[in-house]
Design a binder for this molecule. Structure first.
Ligand code: UD1
Ligand code: CA
Length: 458
C-alpha cells in the first residue's frame, strides 16, 4: 500500500459576514447548537491532517478560543479569499504535500467528498489542483466553473465578473480546493485584484496554473446540501434544515422511529437509543441522552436530560436541565421536571412540577402535585423514598423528606418530614350540613320571584 501524502488544511474564516447582520464572526453562528467552524474541524480531523490552520480576522477572540488546539493566523485586512490563503503561508512553511483549502462558511462538507477531492488532485503528475463543484438549479451568487477541453477546468468566474454567457453555466464553485503545496506561493504572488470587487480571488489560481501547464480537475459533489454556503440568515436556516435532515436520517438508520422527522429538532450532541419512538413536534436542546424503546409523545421540550429505557414522556412535557429519568417511568402531559432524579417505574402522569427533587423508584406523584422548591431567596431539595404515594394537588414545601412507603393525602401542604409508611394529611376537616343546599336554592328562588312581582307593579 502506498502511503498517502501529508495533508494540511486551511480554513478561510476571516470574513466579517456583513450580510449576516450580526456582531459575531460568520463561522461562529451555530447549526444544531455547534458553531459552523466546529462542523468543519470535526470533519477534517477524520483526514488525520498534519496541520490545520484557520484564517481569522482581527479581534475574533471567541473564534480563536473555539478552534483550540488548532492553529490560527490573522488576516489583517479582508482583501479576498486569495489574500486570506496568503495570510496562511507562514503557517504552511516547511510543509510538503496536499493543501486542502476550505471555506469556513461551507460547513457541511462530508469527509468522503474531501477524500475524493484529494485523490483527484493526485490523479497524475500534471494535475496540480482539484476543485469541488456542484450543479445548482439556481447558481446565482456563486462562482461559475468554466470548463475547457477533456474535462479540464479553464477558469472560475465570479458572478460579478461573469459575462451573460458565463452566467448560464450552472456548475458552480463550492470553494473547496486541493492544491499542490510546492506551487501555492508562486500562484498567490501572481494574483491581482483587477476585478469587480477589487479583491484577491483564490478562484483566479486555476487560470494562473494553466500558464504553467498545470491542470485543474473538477470533482462534482453528489449532494448539494453538503456544499451550500452561508452568506445570510436565510442561508443559515437552509443549512440548519440540511444538518437537521442529516441527523434525522442518522437516527432512523440506527433504529429510531419518527412519524414526521421534519418536525423533530435535534442538537448536535443528542443521543437516542434503538427502538425509541419520537412523535411529531419534539425539540431536543443540548445534552440529551435517551435510552432504548422509550416513547416520546408529541410536543415535548427536552434540555440537558438523561432518559432511560422503556419510559414514556409527554405529550406536552418539559424536561429541564439536570434531570435524570429512569427506566419504565411515566411522565405525562403538562409535567415540568427540573434538576431532578426520577427513579425507575415512578409515575408523574399529569399536571405537575418537580424541581430539585430526588425521587426513588415506584413513586406515584398524582395530578397537580408540586414541589415548592423556592422560598424567594434559595432553592431547596425534596427527597421522596421508594413506593411513596403523593396524592393530587399536594404542595411539598422543600426542604422536606418523604420516607419509603409514605402516603400524602390529596390537597395537603406538607412542611414537615413524613416517616416511612406513615400517612400525612394536612387539610381542614369537611363539615356536612344535611339538606342545606335544598334550603339555599328555595330561598334564592323565592327572592327572585319577589323581585319579578315588584317590577310588574311599578
Ligand atoms: C466564494 C467564492 C465563490 C464560491 C462561493 C461558494 C471567491 C472569490 N469566491 O464566494 O466562487 O462560489 O464562495 O460559497 O473565492 N474570507 C476570508 N478573507 C477574506 C474574504 C473571505 O477569510 O478576505 C472567508 C470568509 O470568511 C468565508 C469564505 O472566505 O468563510 C468565503 O468568503 P465569501 O466572501 O463568503 O465568498 P463568496 O462571495 O461566498
Ligand atoms: Ca460565502
Amino acid at each position: 500500500m502506498t502511503k498517502s501524502k501529508p495533508i494540511a488544511v486551511v480554513i478561510l474564516a476571516a470574513g466579517k459576514g456583513t450580510r449576516m447582520k450580526s456582531k459575531k464572526p460568520k463561522v461562529m453562528h451555530e447549526l444544531l447548537g455547534l458553531p459552523m467552524i466546529n462542523w468543519l474541524l470535526n470533519t477534517v480531523e477524520q483526514l488525520d491532517p498534519e496541520r490545520v490552520v484557520v484564517v481569522v480576522g482581527k479581534g475574533m477572540n471567541d473564534l480563536i478560543d473555539t478552534i483550540k488546539p488548532h492553529k490560527y493566523v490573522i488576516q489583517n485586512k479582508q482583501q479576498g479569499t486569495g489574500d486570506a490563503l496568503k495570510a496562511a503561508l507562514p503557517a504552511l512553511k516547511g510543509f510538503s504535500g496536499d493543501v486542502l483549502v476550505l471555506l469556513g462558511d461551507t460547513p457541511l462538507i462530508g469527509v468522503s467528498t474531501l477524500r475524493n477531492l484529494i485523490s483527484t488532485r493526485n490523479i497524475d503528475a500534471v494535475t496540480g489542483i482539484s476543485v469541488l463543484g456542484v450543479k445548482m438549479q439556481n447558481p446565482t451568487g456563486y462562482g461559475r466553473l468554466i470548463m475547457g477541453r477533456n474535462n479540464i477546468l479553464k477558469a472560475i468566474r465570479e458572478e460579478k465578473d461573469a459575462s451573460a454567457q458565463e452566467k448560464q453555466e450552472n456548475i458552480v464553485n463550492t470553494g473547496a480546493f486541493c492544491l499542490d503545496s510546492r506551487r501555492i506561493e508562486r500562484w498567490l504572488s501572481n494574483l491581482n485584484n483587477k476585478n469587480a470587487q477589487g479583491e484577491y480571488y483564490i478562484t483566479d489560481i486555476p487560470e494562473l496554473a494553466a500558464l504553467d501547464k498545470i491542470k485543474t480537475r473538477v470533482v462534482i459533489a453528489s449532494d448539494v446540501n453538503e456544499v451550500m454556503g452561508c452568506n445570510t440568515r436565510i442561508d443559515l436556516s437552509k443549512l440548519e434544515q440540511a444538518a437537521q435532515n442529516k441527523m434525522r436520517e442518522h437516527f432512523m438508520m440506527n433504529g429510531v422511529i419518527m412519524q414526521d422527522p421534519s418536525s423533530v429538532y435535534f442538537h448536535h450532541d443528542t443521543q437516542i437509543g434503538e427502538g425509541t419512538l419520537i412523535e411529531p413536534n419534539v425539540y431536543f436542546s443540548a445534552g440529551v441522552k435517551v435510552g432504548k424503546n422509550t416513547h416520546i409523545k408529541a410536543f415535548c421540550h427536552i434540555d440537558n436530560t438523561v432518559i432511560g429505557d422503556k419510559t414514556t414522556i409527554g405529550p406536552f412535557a418539559r424536561l429541564r436541565p439536570g434531570s435524570e429519568i429512569g427506566d419504565d417511568v411515566r411522565i405525562g402531559n403538562f409535567v415540568e421536571i427540573k434538576k431532578s432524579k426520577i427513579g425507575d417505574r415512578s409515575k408523574i402522569s399529569h399536571l405537575g412540577y418537580v424541581g430539585d427533587c430526588i425521587m426513588d423508584s415506584d413513586v406515584n406523584f398524582s395530578c397537580g402535585a408540586i414541589t415548592v422548591n423556592y422560598d424567594g431567596f434559595q432553592k431547596h431539595q425534596t427527597i421522596i423514598g421508594k413506593g411513596v404515594m403523593v396524592g393530587s394537588n399536594v404542595n411539598l414545601v422543600a426542604p422536606v423528606i418523604l420516607d419509603d412507603g409514605a402516603f400524602v393525602a390529596a390537597g395537603s401542604t406538607i412542611t414537615t418530614d413524613v416517616p416511612a409508611d406513615a400517612l400525612s394529611v394536612e387539610r381542614g376537616r369537611a363539615e356536612v350540613r344535611a339538606g342545606w343546599a335544598a334550603l339555599y336554592r328555595k330561598r334564592k328562588e323565592k327572592a327572585k320571584n319577589n323581585n319579578k312581582d315588584k317590577k310588574k307593579e311599578s
